[in-house]
Design a protein around this ligand. Structure first.
Ligand SMILES: [Cu+2]
Length: 160
């Protein structure tokens, strides 16, 4: 079979991109531990307010874990509880979030924090935010009429 020179280039480019994308996905999943919400961590979405840790949303200092703070967030149409999260710069933070009604997003602009919050499931992400500033948290999953107004704020502060 004869392949034109440019056709070969495109084939190499296409297969090469596929391999690169699979490598990125593999590294993100197995090395950086970035996973979609696991079916193992479920919650009764009608009783979110009564179930720990969601009965006490906000940022909490924790001891004896691989992270320093837990930021607990409850999303519902069309707001986040709490409306503002404040964490010290450089701290390792575990974001723990869920939804009380429909699918919401939890995207922190300017960082790599981006989770889908599904009713009945708990989404978690551990990261360190190394830059002081105010980061807009937006809902990036269309959730209804108030979707565009659904946002909150992550404040990364210097404790000194
Ligand atoms: Cu939304």
């Amino acid at each position: 079979m004869h392949l034109h020179k440019y056709e070969k280039y495109w084939l190499v480019f296409g297969v090469g991109s596929l391999i690169v994308f699979l490598l990125i996905t593999g590294i993100m999943a197995f090395h950086n531990g970035s996973h979609p919400p696991s079916a193992k961590n479920t919650i009764n979405h009608e009783k979110v307010d009564e179930i720990a840790p969601f009965n006490n949303p906000g940022v909490h200092k924790v001891e004896g874990k691989d992270w320093d703070y837990e930021a607990v967030v409850v999303a519902s149409a069309f707001y986040y509880d709490p409306p503002v999260l404040e964490v010290p710069v450089g701290a390792k933070v575990k974001f723990i979030a869920t939804s009380k009604d429909v699918v919401h997003g939890f995207g922190v602009a300017g960082t790599n924090i981006n989770m889908m919050l599904e009713p009945g499931y708990v989404s978690e992400y551990v990261t360190t935010v190394n830059k002081v500033g105010e980061y807009l948290i937006v809902c990036n999953e269309y959730c209804g009429a108030g979707h565009a107004q659904m946002h909150s704020m992550l404040k990364v502060v210097d404790p000194k």
